[in-house]
Structures are given as C-alpha cells and as structure tokens.
Design a protein around this ligand. Structure first.
Ligand SMILES: *Cc1c(COP(=O)(O)O)cnc(C)c1O
Length: 401
C-alpha cells in the first residue's frame, strides 16, 4: 500500500545531497569541517533525511534555528552535534542539556541565569557558541567589552561549556565584497583580542554557503552549509559564477486529475474568471494549490512541465488545485507533471519560480507545505517516504508496490 494517497509529491534526490556535500568538501580546506544547516525542516526537504545523508557524506555536525527542531532530530536518532543558531530562552536550557544540543548565546545575564537553572536541575553542562554581530544586525555582541563580559560570565558558569564562537555575513553572495570583508576583519579582531588574553579559542566559524564558495579560506573550524547542501546557489550572481558545481535535490511533481477540451462554453477558468480559454484549448486540472506552498502569485504567470514542454498556469491558483493549458501534444488523466524540476530537456528551477514571485529560492523551498509527502530517492529508486500530515513513513518495498 502507498503510504500516502494524494497524487502530489516532493522528490528529494539523496545522491544530489551527497554530491553537494562532497563538492564543498573538495572546495574548502581539509581541516575545515562541514556543519549542515537543516533548519525549517531542511529548507523544506526534510531535516532528518537530509541531515543523515549529509552526515553520512562527510558533514560533521548539524545546525537548526530553534531547539524544537533539534529535538525532532534527536528523537529520530541523530547523535551528531547539533547547534541551535537562534535565540533560546533560558527556561529551555535544561531541555537543551537533556537532549545534548548546543546553544547560541550572546548575553552575560543569559549565561548566569542558564547556569543557575542547570544547577537547580542537576543537569549536565550545555555547549555554548557565542555569537558576534559584525554587521548582520540581528543577534550577537557588538563590542569587545560586551564580548569579554559574555566570555567571563560563561567561564564563571561551570555548567556552560564554551563550544564555539561565530558570526554571520549579510552580503557574502554579492559581487561587491566591501561589507563582507569588513565583517570578516571585525570578526578577526574579536578573535585576536581573545587570543591576546591567552585564551584558547573554541570552534570558530563564520562562513555560510556564499562565503564558503567565495572565501573557502575563511572556513576556520567549520563552514555552515545551508542552501548549497540542497544544490541551490545563494544568489543569481553566485549561480552564474558556478565556482562550485551543485546538483538541485528537490523536484515537485503531481499528476493530471482532469482534462477537458474547451470546445464549447463555458470558457472561463477559476475564481474571478481571470482567464478565458480560446475554443479548442486543452486544459488540465492539477491537485496542488497555494495551501501546498504553490503560491497564488503564480496565477496566470507560472508554468509547469507536461510532455517535457511548458504548460502555463491559467486562471487563479486555488487552495488545492490549479489549471494549466497544454499547448504541446496530448495528455491523459494520470500523466506525471513537473512543477519544479526537470522533465525531458526542460527545467523549471526554484530560481525561476523565485524570480517570478519576487523572492529567493530559499523561500520557494521553505513554503512547501507538509501536506505534500517527501519521497527520497537513491540511484533513482524510492528508498523512503516522509509525510508529516499523516505521520506515515514507509520503505521502498511498499512504495514501489
Ligand atoms: C541559515 C543560516 C546559515 C546557512 O545559510 P545559507 O545561506 O543557507 O548557507 C548559516 N548561518 C546562520 C547563522 C544561519 O542562520
């Protein structure tokens, strides 16, 4: 039995994830590790499957945005180090200890309070990465005085273990390197100041995908590999440069649910009747909509692939369905349709969809809802399925049926 019923699914090619990790492995110094960033359920691809594949392919640790995401991975059996990149309230620090998850912190009072709570709970020490704000303006200490106050508070907290220090770049994906170089300079000056006091530094990291591509020598102890892991470039500029060859891992597919030849009225399509078919047009209905993350902004603008050719979205995208016009060849109910990815010689990349929506590929991937099952492939064969909506997981035997 199929572990899901609907005719719309995301395919994630685990071989692509592996190839991307290996491409970065070759690009960065051998002494630099790879932290695979799998926040937002692995940028919509599925954090557990991508994280496990990345670790099996040479990544050393994982990162997520929040503690809940880390706990999901621990419960699924991942034992590698996991770092929470975002803010964690101190009332969750005992939970972090219990699940052996490392946290980001940047405030002296936070250290003191976290240590007190850990002591009160007789908990095990928690690894802490100190965040430095060198120009992102989001989280982190903003001066050397602040840094030393935080480091001293950490050193005075026996249940906090200093595990790392890091910063995050705002413009590493752009051709103008002025700001990113300034940020890196600033980061280095913080590290120098710490070394001058005779301290041994913990794990140092700053490079996201873009910086790892543009400045592999800035990898320090580990890069934090996000978008590149999924085979996507951080910007059009970086894609065009192609300094690292990446393989997109994700495709979004569905099957034709209904077909009609518009030989007589009514000719209007979807809410608002914003599209009127010409007599003779072939219109297919597809079981995917904006509730799945196929944005309503693609109404009368996006396209999909049928028979290896583009079929434009006609009329408004509904919550659960869209209509497309098939201009090339004939089609049948049940035919496979590619919304994102390749079919024959044609491709609809997440970058193209992002451009159409006025956003970035990151968001297009993250928007994919958990109503859509994730199907994992290796050597082109289904090896696992993950469907958060139904809680179903199943292995290939039952899926290929
Ligand atoms: C999301 C994130 C990353 C990964 O960024 P990519 O551009 O996807 O490589 C790295 N570091 C931090 C702090 C992040 O929030």
């Amino acid at each position: 039995m199929k572990p899901y019923c609907r005719d719309t699914w995301v395919e994630v090619d685990l071989d692509a994830i592996r190839a991307n990790v290996q491409a970065f492995r070759r690009h960065i110094p051998a002494s630099t590790g790879i932290m695979a960033v799998v926040k937002a359920d692995g940028y919509g691809h599925g954090a557990f499957h991508v994280g496990r594949e990345a670790l099996d392919s040479g990544a050393n640790s994982l990162a997520v945005a929040m503690l809940d995401e880390a706990i999901v991975l621990r419960k699924a059996g991942i034992t590698a180090p996991i770092l929470v990149l975002g803010y964690t309230p101190t009332d969750s620090v005992v939970t972090a200890s219990r699940w052996e998850v490392e946290l980001t912190a940047y405030h002296a009072d936070w250290m003191t309070e976290a240590n007190r709570l850990l002591q009160e709970a007789s908990a095990k020490p928690v690894g802490i990465h100190i965040k430095v704000d060198t120009g992102m303006g989001r989280l982190g200490v903003r001066s050397k005085d602040e840094l030393f106050a935080v480091v001293e508070a950490l050193e005075n907290s026996p249940l906090l273990r200093w595990a790392g220090i890091f910063t995050h770049f705002a413009t590493a994906d752009e051709p103008d390197v002025t700001l990113v170089c300034e940020q890196h300079e600033r980061f280095q000056s913080y590290l120098r100041a710490l070394r001058e006091t005779g301290r041994r530094l913990p794990r140092v990291h700053c490079a996201n995908t873009a910086a790892s591509i543009a400045f592999p020598e800035w990898g320090y102890d580990t890069i934090r590999l996000g978008i590149g892991l999924y085979g996507l470039y951080p910007s059009a500029y970086m894609k065009q440069q192609a300094r690292v060859q990446l393989v997109p891992a994700l495709s979004l597919k569905t099957r034709i649910a209904h077909l009609k030849h518009m030989t007589e009225p009514p000719y209007t399509i979807s809410y608002g009747a914003t599209y009127t078919a010409q007599p003779g047009e072939q219109i297919a209905s597809l079981p995917i909509g904006y509730a799945d993350g196929f944005s309503r902004l693609l109404s009368n603008r996006g396209s999909v692939l049928v028979n290896g050719c583009r079929a434009p979205v006609v009329g408004r995208v509904c919550m659960d369905q869209i209509m497309v016009r098939i201009d090339h060849g004939t089609a049948r109910v049940g035919d496979e349709v590619v919304l994102y990815g390749r079919q024959g010689d044609e491709e609809i990349s997440l970058d193209e969809v992002a451009d159409c929506l006025g956003t970035i590929n990151y968001e297009v991937a993250c928007m994919l809802d958990h109503r859509i099952p994730r199907v994992y492939l290796r050597d082109g064969k289904v090896v696992d399925v993950y469907h958060l909506l139904t809680g179903q997981r199943a292995l290939s035997q039952s899926v290929n049926n």
